[in-house]
Design a protein around this ligand. Structure first.
Ligand code: NAD
Length: 545
């Protein structure tokens, strides 16, 4: 494989001062950190029993072959469900605290062995190490939160019964059984294990179909969770083509947790609906950031860089529309563009690069198409705008477009690449209207010196998360609070109470004492109705809920 050190130390060419500089390399190659022995060890974790039918992945940083992995068939998916179903009851019978202890041990192991998975995430996605570390952060936070809080979320809750003192009702939470969990390639650690942790601690088993491109990361996380104490059969991993293996995963699931595009999400939802099983769908976005006239423009420009170019824009909550108050637009844009042009691109397996590669030729083509079409139709490139094959096959510069109009695809469609368009507004009402003028509703960001004003605007934005004076991490990292999408960005929420209770069935157990809720003690029907009518009036007057 190509020596990334050599590759990544290409410096900005003289005469090309507007090009993003290359970050220093890391001295290690993808081949060295993902040797065949590691691939073979991890591949043993795939549920795929038949003839060895291999599916190959490519290292985005170099374009060379990364791994050949066994491909699961729909029959293998059935086997995975059988194994998971057999293992689940014993796991569900453990006290919640015993299950939670596995998450807390996993937290510690992950922090200790993070370098192993940072290498894998970089090798499979091509993202910068800092952005790979965001996944470690997110997963550790989720492990700590559900490790500590699951008991509270899942414990039995008493409710006021039908008749005070005479009826007692308890709400219990039962695991769904086996969760079908389908995840994409863009955050392979967070979206495979991070979303599975609350399912496990709630007493479920999981059959997970990660994207093939990033299956090694999911398989590594599975090994680590087993080391932390998870029974091995409880987490089955199947891999293969989405349209073949994905439907098979939905076909047998007691509940479906899906993260991916809105297009696939609709299909998954239809299949789940036909079987009358629930589904949570974490889908795409066309997220807006609002920079108000009173914003701290330096902080907002820094924030915009993170918001738009983390993981090279392949982040569902990243910002693709930048709405700036006209009074500060030029000043803000100058600051933002200068920072964007200075971002160091690189594929070294070490910290140092500000942005890495895109994951595939598909993402590069989609990004290039949006930029080229917009420029052809009259948009201006303020920064970036070009692919960077000198750094690796799928690199693209972080790109700012101005003069984008509604007919251009980049204005309305999710790019899922390092491209942001700038729009100017005159009033708050106009900014809110433009931000909401999309079928999506995932994330937004508001920058103002007045927190109260930021919150008031947030209340008018139709997105599942709103970050005030931060790009996306404040809301996403607040793992006790729900995160997810409105509109075409999804159904259901991860994190917080909703993020774990979706993996449970509510069961109400109610008992009755002394008298039934029916005519008794010699009352005929009319007398019973009269007594209970009076009783209901009294209960309301006494403010019973
Ligand atoms: P995708 O929909 O193509 O694939 C997602 C997963 O679904 C993959 O594992 C894929 O193999 C599988 N799949 C494909 N066809 C299927 C089918 N017919 N039935 C069942 N499963 C099938 O999405 P992608 O391109 O891999 O991911 C990028 C998208 O994911 C973007 O739109 C992004 O915004 C979204 N995303 C959303 C969130 C969120 O939390 N809202 C997080 C990350 C990514």
């Amino acid at each position: 494989m190509t020596d990334l050190t050599a590759d990544a130390t290409v410096s900005a060419r003289p005469g090309a001062a507007d090009r993003n500089p290359a970050a220093p390399g890391g001295g290690r190659t993808v081949a060295a950190v993902v040797p065949p022995s590691l691939v073979a060890r991890l591949a043993a974790g795939v549920t795929a029993a038949g003839e060895p039918d291999l599916v190959e992945t490519v290292a985005p940083l170099t374009g060379e072959r990364l791994a050949a992995l066994p491909r699961s068939t729909p029959g293998d998916v059935e086997v995975a469900y059988e194994l998971a179903r057999r293992a689940q009851p014993a796991w569900a019978a453990l006290p919640v605290r015993r299950r939670a202890a596995v998450l807390l041990r996993f937290h510690d192991l992950l922090l200790k062995r993070q370098d192993e998975v940072l290498d894998l995430v970089q090798a499979e996605t091509g993202k910068a190490r800092l952005h790979a570390f965001e996944e470690v952060l997110a997963v550790a936070m989720a492990a700590r939160h559900y490790g500590r809080a699951a008991h509270g979320y899942l414990r039995d809750k008493r409710h006021g019964g039908a008749l005070p003192l005479l009826t007692h009702a308890v709400e219990a939470r039962r695991p769904k059984g086996v969760i079908g969990h389908i995840s994409p390639w863009n955050y392979p650690l967070e979206l495979s294990v991070g979303d599975a942790l609350p399912a496990f601690v709630a007493g479920n088993a999981v059959v997970n179909k990660p994207d093939t491109q990033t299956a090694l990361t999911a398989l590594w996380a599975r090994e680590l969770l087993i080391e932390a104490g998870l029974p091995a059969d409880l987490w089955q991993i199947v891999i293969g083509d989405g349209p073949v293996v994905g439907p098979a995963v939905v076909e047998h699931a007691d509940y479906v947790s899906f993260t991916g595009s809105t297009r696939t999400g609709r299909e998954v939802a239809q299949r789940a609906a036909a079987r009358l099983v629930g589904a949570s769908l974490e889908l795409g976005g066309k997220n807006a950031m609002l920079v108000l006239a009173d914003a701290d423009l330096d902080r907002a420009a820094e924030g915009a860089v993170r918001a738009c170019f983390s993981s090279a824009g392949q982040l569902c909550i990243s910002i693709e529309r930048l709405l700036v108050h006209r009074a500060v637009a030029d000043e803000f844009l100058a600051k933002f563009a200068a920072r964007t042009r200075a971002l160091r691109l690189g594929g070294g397996l070490a910290y140092g690069a500000d942005m890495g590669s895109l994951v595939s030729v598909r993402q590069l083509d989609a990004t290039t198409r949006h930029v080229e079409e917009a420029v052809k139709a009259g948009a201006t490139v303020v920064a970036g705008g070009r692919a960077r094959p000198d750094l690796g096959p799928f690199f693209h510069e972080p790109t700012i477009l101005d003069g984008v109009t509604p007919e251009m695809a980049v204005c309305t469609e999710e790019t899922f690449g390092p491209v942001v368009s700038v729009y100017r507004f005159d009033t708050e009402d106009e900014a809110v209207a433009v931000a909401n003028a999309t079928p999506y509703g995932l994330n937004s960001s508001v920058w103002t010196k007045e927190l109260r004003r930021g919150r008031a605007i947030a209340a008018r934005l139709r997105t599942g998360t709103v970050n005030v004076n931060e790009a996306y991490a404040a809301a996403y990292g607040s793992v006790g609070s729900p995160m997810g999408g409105m509109g075409e960005s999804g159904l259901g929420r991860r994190h917080g109470a909703e993020g774990i209770l979706r993996f449970t069935e509510a069961q109400t157990i109610a008992g009755q004492r002394v008298m039934p809720l029916a005519p008794s003690f010699g009352l005929d029907d009319r007398q019973f109705a009269a007594v209970f009518t009076g009783g209901l009036r009294v209960l309301k007057a006494l403010r019973f809920k």
